[in-house]
Design a protein around this ligand. Structure first.
Ligand SMILES: [Zn+2]
Length: 359
């Protein structure tokens, strides 16, 4: 498994892509063995660690695992929970077999009859093991840790439905900086907008979760002596709000691109909630989507320039930073051009304004 992950690590993947690889490539490999010999709790923990190390690209996990398991609309990343997946799968597999009349069902009743006694009473005249073999002890644990006894017994043979029921219990939306549930939900919807590229989804997700490795983030975890902003003229702590809004560099950038937003989305004023969470209203949905795409391109460019400054000590001025963002916007623009035609796309993207801004 570790070797397989190493191979994928050679590629530059977004977190969205990595989750997909875990689901499509790593899980089936694990499942191949796991259905015959159910792995122990300790072993699953090791596998989980391998997956998370792969996801974050480092040994430091920057966010609680429980948050990552959540669905996207609730603020998570939809990462598969291995323990839940394997245990429930194995349990449902055995439960279904128990209900058939094959030889295996007889064997299961003999070997694991004690474990399933809540659902099947073994007749007194048939033999049953009081102490189930090692492979079935896992079932006991699955019943206990996921409270399977409380689940309706009619759906217990179906893994998908059981997982759905179990996940329903933790369908709480992760709240975003003191916002109400509804507002938080809206933020998560913006973050995972279908029209966004995966890189931008990742970045805005990390920003909302405050888990981007800024200097202040590292300082809090004892990795740096000070969390000061890396820009020379600035002596504030580098928080997420600072990088993307309060820093003079960011302020200058938003001021420069202001006219574009006025033209594209008819936006009059500008605040940090728009930049970080996408909380603003436009006359039409398409206009909102374009504005949010532009904001994400700009945020990505700011973060790129900040990293170049930090690791390569190369200062990139605001105009060049905006140009970097434009190069990403152009890809979105091309997509719209394909569907809407050149003239209309140019109009809704404010294409003529682009040159004026970076002049
Ligand atoms: Zn600064």
């Amino acid at each position: 498994m570790e070797r397989k992950v190493l191979m994928w690590n050679l590629r530059k993947l977004t977190m969205e892509g990595k989750v997909l690889i875990i689901k499509m490539i790593l899980l089936p490999i694990m499942l191949h063995v796991a259905l015959v010999f159910p792995p122990s709790y300790l072993y699953i923990r090791k596998l989980t660690r391998v997956c998370f190390k792969f996801l974050w690209g480092s040994t430091m996990e920057k966010l609680k695992r429980d948050y990552m398991y959540k669905e996207k609309i609730n603020g998570g990343k939809d990462v598969p929970n291995l323990l839940l997946f394997f245990y429930v799968k194995y349990f449902c597999f055995c439960f279904k077999l128990l209900n058939t009349d094959g030889i295996f069902s007889c064997f299961l009743k003999y070997a694991a009859g004690m474990i399933f006694k809540h659902w099947f009473r073994v007749p007194l005249n048939s033999p049953v093991l009081l102490c189930p073999p090692k492979h079935y002890v896992v079932l006991e644990k699955a019943i206990r840790s996921f409270r399977l006894k409380e689940v309706n017994s009619e759906i217990l043979g179906n893994q998908k439905q059981v997982t759905k029921v179990l996940k329903k219990n933790d369908e709480i939306v992760l709240s975003v900086s003191n916002f109400s549930q509804q507002k938080s939900k809206k933020v998560w919807r913006n973050v995972f907008g279908k029209y966004l590229a995966n890189v931008h989804k990742d970045l805005s997700w990390a920003i909302v979760h405050q888990c981007l490795p800024t200097r202040e983030f590292q300082h809090k975890r004892g990795m740096l002596a000070r969390g000061k902003c890396p820009r020379n003229s600035c002596c504030n702590d580098e928080t997420i709000l600072h990088v993307f809004w309060n820093c003079p560099y960011a302020q200058e950038l938003w001021k420069t691109v202001g006219p574009l937003f006025k033209q594209v989305g008819d936006l009059k004023n500008f605040n940090y909630q728009m930049v970080l969470y996408g909380l603003f209203i436009c006359p039409s949905i398409k206009q909102f989507e374009i504005c949010w795409m532009i904001i994400n391109c700009l945020k990505n460019a700011i973060w790129k320039c900040r990293n170049i400054l930090l690791f390569k000590t190369d200062v990139i001025d605001v105009k060049t930073c905006i140009r970097i963002a434009f190069s990403q916007m152009y890809i979105y623009f091309l997509r719209d051009k394909k569907y809407l035609g050149n003239e209309k796309a140019m109009l809704i993207w404010g294409f003529k304004q682009w040159n004026n801004i970076v002049k």
